[in-house]
Design a binder for this molecule. Structure first.
Ligand SMILES: [Zn+2]
Ligand SMILES: [Zn+2]
Length: 345
């Protein structure tokens, strides 16, 4: 088994070998869940419960949920995993790329990967353009290859590896902590109902992924229109809650080029997945008396307690924001620290 960081950020794979005995506590008892409903997950490989240790030190029972890699469905249940991308554009003036988050000085923010960005990045000293060929230099962190020459940095686009599985440990009963836990760059947020990892912000373009040398500065991770891409191991993950992605594009002016709804059905009120502390994550509104209603009482983690379609008695849950990324930026409850996971094998 190897453990892989949650993001597509470096020039080399971050896989490392770990002791395989970390799976020996697994049991096969059936779930007694009242919050996380295993039957809602699409394409789940196996589920059960196991003893786990949470970030607050508590020993408790966790769901153990296993999924195959890169399996993406739309809201109708149709498989759309072949539609990942577009990622890095083919040429300097091309409009066929995805989106990214630039944190340099010139023209920062969430934006489409176009000439405007390349020019701003060049202004900041990051040359991603092969001027001879007129192409964007593109690096595949999984294969360690770069296309294009005469560049000092690259657009990052890891290729897929469809031979992986991912395992999540989610507490059956959420345990609130005295203060919320912030979710840092590329740290796990939770999982979608397809079992696709929800992750924190992509790596900084200026400083690179956390823990890597600043020499990688200037490499921009590419995201597709739904906010997803493959990590250096080839595992697809979301930096946007995809059901609300087009609302984010509208809020950031990227909607003229980007459209997630062609792949993932957009919904203001959908249950999109679960956070790593066991609480549900919804799109940006609640369905109240048949009307999609934007909540006005959200806490610092973009969560609140309210009735939902799935929990008519009310439950604490998170909402997508209209920021980019639109993930919760903190969690209210304790969680299994899978910072260097999802566990890929
Ligand atoms: Zn990522
Ligand atoms: Zn709500």
């Amino acid at each position: 088994m190897s453990v892989v960081s949650g993001c597509n950020g470096g020039s080399s794979t971050t896989s490392s070998t770990v002791d395989s005995t970390d799976t020996t506590t697994t049991t096969t008892t059936s779930s007694t869940s009242t919050i996380l409903d295993v039957s809602l997950f699409r394409s789940i490989v196996s589920s059960g419960t196991t003893t786990c240790t949470l970030s607050n030190g508590a020993s408790t029972t966790c769901h153990k949920l296993v999924f195959n890699d890169n399996v993406i469905h739309n809201s109708n249940g149709d498989l759309v995993d072949d539609d990942a991308g577009p990622f890095c554009p083919s040429g300097y003036t091309m409009l066929d790329g995805g989106v990214g988050i630039y944190d340099g000085a010139s023209g920062p923010g969430f934006q489409s990967l176009t000439q405007t960005l390349w020019d701003n990045m060049a202004n900041d000293g990051y040359d991603l353009i092969d001027e001879v060929a007129g192409t964007v230099c593109i690096q595949d962190p999984r294969l360690g290859t770069t296309t294009g020459e005469n560049c000092t940095a690259a657009c990052l686009e890891a290729s897929a590896n469809d031979a992986l599985t991912v395992t999540y440990l989610i507490p059956v009963t959420p345990q609130n902590t005295t203060s919320p836990t912030a979710i840092g760059s590329v740290q796990p947020v939770g999982l979608s109902l397809d079992g696709i990892p929800f992750a924190g912000t992509p790596p900084s373009v200026v400083t690179g992924p956390t823990g890597m040398a600043a020499a990688v500065g200037g490499n921009i991770p590419s995201l597709d229109y739904c906010g997803g891409h493959h990590d250096p191991a080839g595992y697809y993950h979301w930096h946007l809650i995809p059901e609300a992605a087009d609302k984010v594009h509208q809020a950031h002016g990227t909607d003229n080029l980007a459209n997630c709804g062609n792949k993932i059905t957009q919904s203001s009120t959908a249950l999109t997945g679960y956070a790593k502390d066991g609480y549900p994550i919804y799109s940006y509104a609640d369905m109240l008396n048949g009307v999609a209603t934007t909540p006005t009482d959200l806490d610092g983690c973009n969560g609140h307690t309210s009735v939902t379609a799935e929990f008519p008695d009310g439950i604490y849950h998170y909402h997508a924001s209209l920021d980019a990324p639109n993930m919760p930026t903190c969690v209210k409850g304790a969680f299994v620290d899978q910072r260097s996971s999802p566990i890929i094998k």
